[in-house]
Design a protein around this ligand. Structure first.
Ligand SMILES: Cc1cc2nc3c(=O)[nH]c(=O)nc-3n(C[C@H](O)[C@H](O)[C@H](O)COP(=O)(O)OP(=O)(O)OC[C@H]3O[C@@H](n4cnc5c(N)ncnc54)[C@H](O)[C@@H]3O)c2cc1C
Length: 440
């Protein structure tokens, strides 16, 4: 424990939305003698996830949708390591670096911002064939994968193989899944102009959603519009349908439909980071850290939590459902981070803390170049207007002027010179040529 004159040691677990925005505010408001702030994350950057579909589609450079932690958090200590255990009773966090070397970190105040991971279901074949879209690595992989399948299809005359290579199936119709499907289909449609033997009609794109509608983040009417807009682009939308199995790339749906596919993108929700099970913090039935409305961990006044890994009461819904908790979204994560940092500073300075309150503002989603859907504070828009709103909103939220500028330049270059549709599949196996040269 720090002595009276020692700075308070604040340890932030996770440098994503909540971790990075909390640290940003703390570094600008707290003096060096007041506190030292350390951020631990296995990635050296924060990922702006809403831009991942555009990065996958080649509209923006993947490097530009991340904010480098060491550059942004100049007055914090940044540790590139993975948290493996939290023993709050001993005020100790165990971390492991990329070399597998473990060490223990002490703290006075802890901020838990470990986010979420893809929620998988026990579907045969899913672990072997599914591709997620939560990291920048997955966005790069997905783009290379789609273009590589088109390259392979252009090389074969086997009609069954071609069909399989050109089948692109997405599971999960929330904003992440819908945007990913729409952006990638848009890219592949554009890319067909460079292939002599592939037209859009040769490809099969589909979205599978277990619920009766897609995009629950927007109103029902806008959800229906989105389905229509996708269907007009010849994208098959399966509602009230789930994937039963995908063994050896053979997909079987609950309505009896069967087909072969080499591309199965899984975006059917998230669950709290499983590492939370290795902590002595209170978790709810969904594995999220139980939080008070002031963003403290229940029963632990010196531990704070927010974002996808937390169960923060949603006070805007308290009248209809007193047990309602905030949905996992960037909208909440950014606002909670600001409130958390304010409350943490207040508590260090012996002032009152405030409850977190935010009424859902709605959502904006891009569905490919010049296409989108938006439902913000009751204002509904479609097509170009919604697409423009999507881009302006997200670029305004992208951390740092540097990243904002790079993204706007990427968009301008894509507008002037068309988007990049080349597969960089070598990235997936960069040493293969060198090894081949060595063995010959
Ligand atoms: C494709 C996609 C599109 C999206 N679009 C939207 C949108 O349009 N609007 C919207 O509101 N929301 C959107 N979201 C959701 C939004 O991005 C998340 O809700 C938000 O990122 C949550 O913030 P967080 O800080 O809780 O988690 P994250 O931002 O995920 O941060 C968690 C951090 O913890 C780190 N971490 C993980 N494990 C460990 C460990 N063991 N030790 C240390 N660090 C660890 C991770 O590397 C990461 O940096 C989208 C998500 C995706 C995937």
């Amino acid at each position: 424990m720090a002595g009276k004159s020692d700075p308070t040691r604040i340890l932030i677990l996770g440098g994503g939305y909540v971790g990075m925005y909390t640290a940003l505010r703390l570094q600008s408001k707290l003096g060096r003698r007041e506190a030292s702030v350390t951020v631990v994350d296995p990635q050296p950057h924060m990922t702006y996830q809403p831009f991942l579909p555009e990065a996958a589609a080649g509209n923006v450079e993947p490097r530009h949708v991340v904010a480098p932690l060491r550059r942004v958090l100049k007055r914090c200590h940044v540790l590139t390591a993975r948290v493996t255990e939290v023993n709050h009773e001993k005020r100790s966090v165990t971390v492991e670096d990329a070399e597998g070397i473990a060490s223990d970190l002490g703290y006075d105040v802890l901020v838990v911002a470990l986010g979420s991971v893809s929620r998988l279901l026990p579907i045969p074949g899913l672990p072997e064939h599914g591709i997620g879209l939560k990291t920048v690595g997955e966005a790069i992989y997905l783009r290379n994968h789609v273009l590589a399948k088109m390259d392979a299809a252009a090389n074969t005359t086997d009609p069954e193989l071609r069909k399989r290579l050109l089948n692109f199936t997405f599971v999960g119709g929330g904003y992440a899944g819908t945007e990913a499907l729409a952006e990638l289909e848009d890219m592949a449609r554009y890319a067909t102009r460079y292939y002599e033997s592939i037209t859009r009609d040769d490809m099969s794109w589909s979205l599978i959603e277990a619920a009766g509608r897609i995009m629950p983040e927007v109103s029902e009417k806008m959800g229906v519009y989105t389905v229509k807009a996708l269907e007009e682009r010849d994208i098959k939308v399966y509602l009230n349908t789930f994937l039963k199995s995908v063994e050896n790339g053979h997909a079987v749906l609950s309505d009896g439909t069967e087909f072969d596919t080499d591309t199965l993108v899984w975006n059917a929700g998230v669950k709290a980071n499983p590492v939370l099970k290795n902590t002595d913090l209170p978790l709810d039935e969904r594995g999220r850290v139980k939080a008070t409305s002031h963003l403290r961990v229940e029963g632990h006044p010196d531990v704070w939590v927010a974002g996808d890994c937390s169960a923060v009461p949603d006070l805007s819904k308290a009248e209809e459902d007193p047990n309602a908790t905030c949905a996992p979204s960037a909208q909440h994560a950014v606002r909670q981070a600001n409130q958390l940092a304010k409350n943490l500073i207040s508590s260090l300075r012996g002032r009152k803390t405030e409850a977190y309150f935010h009424r859902n503002a709605g959502s904006v989603a891009g569905l490919g170049l010049y296409k989108g859907v938006a439902d913000v504070y009751g204002f509904k828009a479609k097509g170009f207007v919604a697409w423009f709103m999507h881009r302006t909103y997200h670029v305004s939220k992208m951390p740092t002027f540097n990243r904002k500028a790079r993204i706007v330049i990427d968009w301008t270059l894509a507008f002037l010179f068309r988007r990049e549709v080349v597969s960089m599949g070598q990235i997936q196996n960069p040493r293969s040529d060198f090894k081949r040269a060595a063995s010959s």
